[in-house]
Write a protein that binds this ligand. Structure first.
Ligand code: HEM
Length: 359
């Protein structure tokens, strides 16, 4: 009789779980070198970014039960969530703080990867994936900010969507894709909501899963230098898992405390006719761009300069021609990418501070 299992033409089963080879197996390492697991090497920042994203997605799903994605009712539904819904204010605050925490964790994570040299081959491809995640994280957060439909977020919506039109060639199509109409109207609220809860969530969650899977495929987290003569030690899965649970509990407790004592902002309801008549601040992670837009034409301030910054980040692995090697914080021989990154970071911080203090 014909034996199917021996047929070479038979397609191989895609396995979600198979030791060493499967997709899920590669999401979490069975053991990692003790030097890579040291808290002072990664500060657990990538893991914190995963955790904050997870909390934001879960609390966002809860908010969907009460949020109204229309321009007239969005703001009122948030007031309702804050004041009437059981644990509504807490859930909204946890959603807000986990999203802010994610932006901070991602920014610090990039800095740690640059200053410890984790972007070098074979991890250079994952560096580019990470840059994609950076953009998705910022736009994801921005789209959530707009969903408040209060006086300042409507201004950000106007500026952000008008910037889309400035992009030569693709601008108009991009505007229609995001806004859904020739002008900013009721359909924009629904589109932004769909992007926030579906489009960007899909990109963000899918991107994070791929990024984390790719770390294992690239040979695990880059290994710091070993003391010569010392045997290599490994931290087993159980110990690693235990540490991760403790770190997750600590970070979650911090976010819970913040959510209890610092409610998320919500200004007066938006009035499209008055948008832009009062001075308002962009979300904190876009303050630098807001400053640029005060001095440069929209195409330069909103696209060319920020894209040049992103291109500089993308080029960092090219500034370090030494190829693979052990990870080390602030290695002198890798000064070029560190100085380039430090300069860019300083520029963003200074521009943001000027905008914040000058407002
Ligand atoms: C949503 C955002 C992100 C998440 C959830 C995430 C998650 C992680 C995790 C869990 C690790 C391993 C442990 C660690 O380094 O802490 C890691 C490593 C890495 N990430 Fe990310 N990351 C994100 C964004 C980024 C960004 C924006 C970049 C760079 C532009 C980046 C580049 C890398 C690289 C190159 C590694 C390997 C570093 C090494 O082996 O030393 N990641 N990421």
């Amino acid at each position: 009789m014909f034996d199917m299992s021996k047929n070479p033409q038979r397609p191989r089963k895609v396995r979600l779980w198979r030791k060493n080879k499967s997709f899920i197996y590669n999401l979490h390492p069975p053991q990692i070198p003790a030097s890579s697991a040291r808290l002072t090497y990664t500060f657990g920042l990538g893991g914190i970014a995963v955790l904050t994203a997870l909390i934001a997605v879960l609390t966002g799903a809860l908010l969907m039960f009460y949020y109204e994605p229309t321009m007239q009712d969005a703001h009122a539904s948030l007031v309702l969530i804050d004041s009437v819904v059981h644990l509504g204010r807490f859930t909204r605050a946890l959603h807000y703080w986990s999203a802010q925490g994610m932006v901070v964790a991602v920014a610090l994570h990039i800095a740690r990867v640059v200053f410890s040299g984790g972007y070098r081959p074979p991890r250079d491809f994952n560096w580019f994936v990470g840059l994609g995640l950076l953009v998705v994280t910022l736009v994801w957060d921005f789209s959530g900010y707009v969903l408040r439909f209060d006086a300042s977020s409507i201004w950000a919506l106007l500026v952000g969507t008008n910037l889309l039109k400035e992009l030569p060639g693709a601008g108009h199509t991009l505007y229609l894709l995001v806004v859904g109409d020739q002008t900013l109207g009721p359909s924009a609220a629904l589109r932004f909501y769909a992007w926030h809860v579906f489009g960007l969530t899909l990109l963000g969650v899918g991107g994070i899963i791929y990024h984390v899977w790719r770390i294992r495929v690239d040979g695990g987290i880059s290994c710091p230098e070993r003391t010569p003569g010392r045997p290599r030690r490994f931290v087993p899965r159980e110990t690693l898992f235990f540490r991760e649970v403790i770190a997750a509990l600590l970070v979650t407790s911090g976010l819970v405390l913040l959510s209890v004592f610092a409610p998320p902002p919500l200004g007066p309801p938006a009035d499209l006719n008055r948008a832009g008549s009062e001075p308002v601040l962009a979300p904190w992670f876009f303050l630098a761009i807001q400053r640029l837009l005060r001095h440069l034409p929209p195409l330069w301030g909103g696209w060319i300069v920020p894209l040049a910054g992103l291109a500089l980040l993308a080029a960092l692995p090219l500034l370090d021609r030494r190829g693979p090697g052990r990870g080390r914080w602030f290695a002198r021989e890798r000064w070029k990418p560190q100085v380039a990154f430090g300069g860019l970071l300083l520029l963003v911080i200074v521009l943001s501070l000027i905008e914040w203090l000058g407002s």
